[in-house]
Design a protein around this ligand. Structure first.
Ligand code: GUN
Length: 280
């Protein structure tokens, strides 16, 4: 089975749209998302454009704050402080990567945890690790929603995650632990990645290497979630050799059209959650 991330994302966006509309009727307010984009890195431009477009489609008031590549760090800090204090702003997102004069750690720590739609602030990271309520990073949240569509009860399943980033691998592991999976994270220093992968009932691949996972790496009947977005011979491909792996597994996400649309839908979900938390 090929998991239709586009369709699942559309279903989620429709639910979000409905909820925003009824909240608007009740409060006369809508969520708002401010995105800070620094420089002109083409993939970031594309991601941000998509985030804004999809936000507006569901009724989120969104805006981009652009800075040139050489903007001083203090200027960005000042803007984030303003956005933190602005009651009309529900969510703040600073698109990564950042130019070298700007400290990623400083920026992530500065965004107020209640407006941190990326879920990158240490408070949100800690909440997730402790199993408490908090904002969960969009990509792993989207992956977990897709996995749950295929398999409701994940208890006791062996999940293997390739990649240990703060963006994907680590929060993905926390989410799957919460579902009572047995979780293994493998990474570039792991001795035998292939052997570990072959034991996985659920395999999440977020390593950024085109066609890294082959058919003989995966277990028959497993669920494969491919987070990779790589350019190969002018085509976008994932981290999994899709054509051969799809024959062997129970379900797999395609690239494009798998995890990507769900990531954006989860950003809208997080923005709505931040807005709702402020209404209470
Ligand atoms: N750059 C690539 N992915 C992301 C993401 O999920 N959030 C932010 N802020 N920047 C990114």
């Amino acid at each position: 089975m090929i998991i239709d991330g586009k369709k699942e994302a559309e279903i989620l966006r429709n639910e979000i749209k409905k909820e925003i509309s009824s909240l608007k009727d009740r409060t006369n307010e809508v969520p708002s998302l401010s995105v800070i984009l620094i420089g002109s890195f083409v993939p970031s431009e594309i991601y941000v454009k998509n985030k804004i477009k999809k936000s507006e489609e569901v009724g989120i008031n969104s805006n981009i704050i652009r800075y040139p590549e050489d903007v001083p760090e203090e200027k960005v800090i000042k803007k984030i402080r303003e956005l933190n204090d602005d009651k009309k702003v529900s969510g703040i997102l600073v698109q990564l990567p950042l130019p070298k004069q700007i400290s990623k750690k400083k920026i992530i720590n500065l965004i107020h945890p209640s407006k941190d739609v990326d879920g990158f602030h240490p408070i949100n990271v800690g909440n997730l690790a402790s199993g408490y309520q908090g904002i969960v990073p969009c990509t792993p949240l989207g992956c977990s929603l897709l996995i749950k569509k295929i398999e409701k009860n994940l208890s006791g399943k062996h999940a293997v995650i390739i990649g240990r980033s703060n963006l994907n691998g680590k929060p993905m592991a926390q989410l799957l632990l919460k579902e009572n999976c047995t979780v293994t994270i493998v990474h570039s220093k792991t001795k035998n990645i292939k052997d570990e992968c072959s034991k996985a009932d659920i395999l999440v691949v977020a390593i950024g290497v085109a066609n890294f996972v082959k058919k003989d790496w995966v277990k028959s009947g497993s669920i494969i979630i491919d987070v990779g977005i790589n350019k190969l011979d002018n085509k976008i491909v994932g981290d999994v050799k899709f054509d051969e792996v799809k024959e062997k597994v129970k379900a797999i996400t395609p690239v494009p059209g798998g995890v990507g649309p769900m990531t954006i839908a989860c950003l809208l979900k997080n923005t709505l959650e931040c807005f709702k938390a402020r209404l209470i």
